[in-house]
Design a binder for this molecule. Structure first.
Ligand code: SAH
Length: 257
């Protein structure tokens, strides 16, 4: 069996129980060495063959996986966070399907949520933004014109920008071009849930200086949005979910007689 497994954001105990069990049973693990915490490999047995995919091309990765599978081995393809976000698993899945090979897919805790825990914040704020935009600056991978940062920024929702720490100056300019004021709150979360995790609060304009001063050029998510400002919306507006007046939701939760 071949399983794609989300490794979680970093901390060894933030993989799912299912993911951990798959690692324990694996005969072959191919992990994304640039981002997966190697401590996770401690769940594997001593006999498990382990490869770092950052030193391999797609053909090599796929032939290793398929060969092991045909030998009846348990294969785990370990991706950072949750594989569904910028995991490039689509191309791997396509090749397995072309070869009529069945596979499993075990979700993980995305670094997006690892970062929320580092920030100790909720992305969706009662009375404020009810949407989170997850995006990136264009790099080697193209971004459609309709999804340029400046047009997404015009929504003023909560925003999480992946894979863009190296382009942080352009990102800051794009956010301002999209209507964010220079003083709008921004944050950089570096290596969320790792031991050397860092959270830097700054403003949209000061993002590049903040990154430079802290020596951050990778493994970071850059956040903007009013959810970052302390208590801005939460002081007077409480979520209706726990409102005392007993809406539909409260009734639904009431014990039945
Ligand atoms: N599938 C992964 C994302 C892979 S893309 C997930 O769900 O988290 C790689 C990008 O993810 C990095 O450039 C960075 O933007 C972000 N990233 C991954 N791990 C991170 C972490 N622990 N802290 C902050 N950002 C992280």
């Amino acid at each position: 069996m071949i399983d794609f497994v989300g490794a979680g954001p970093g901390a060894k105990d933030l993989i799912t129980v299912r993911g951990m069990e798959l690692l324990k049973k694996a005969d072959l693990i191919i992990y994304t060495g640039s981002l997966v915490n190697p401590e996770l490999l401690q769940y594997a047995s001593k006999e498990t063959e382990i490869y770092d995919s950052s030193e391999m091309d797609l053909d090599k990765i796929m032939s290793l996986m398929i060969e092991a599978h045909r030998e009846g081995k348990n294969v785990v393809r370990l991706h950072t966070g949750d594989p569904a976000l910028y995991g490039a698993i689509g191309e791997q899945i396509r090749i397995l399907e072309e070869n009529r090979i069945e596979y499993g897919y075990c979700p993980g805790v995305s670094s997006l949520f690892g970062a929320a825990s580092a920030l100790k914040k909720e992305f969706t704020v009662p009375g404020g933004s009810q949407s989170l935009i997850i995006t990136r600056m264009e790099g080697r991978t193209e971004v459609p014109d309709s999804e340029r940062i400046r047009s997404l920024a015009s929504h003023h929702s909560s925003m999480a920008v992946f894979l863009s720490a190296r382009m942080i100056r352009e990102l800051s300019d794009e956010l301002m071009a999209g209507g964010y004021g220079a003083d709008s709150p921004a944050a950089i979360v570096y290596k969320a849930t790792w031991e050397d995790e860092r959270v830097i609060y700054t403003t949209v304009k000061e993002l590049p200086e903040a990154a430079e001063k802290n020596g951050i050029s990778k493994t970071a998510i850059i956040f903007t949005g009013d959810f970052l400002s302390d208590g801005a919306f939460t002081e007077n507006v409480r979520s209706k979910l726990y409102a005392p007046a007993g809406g539909e939701r409260m009734k639904a939760l009431a014990p039945s007689k």
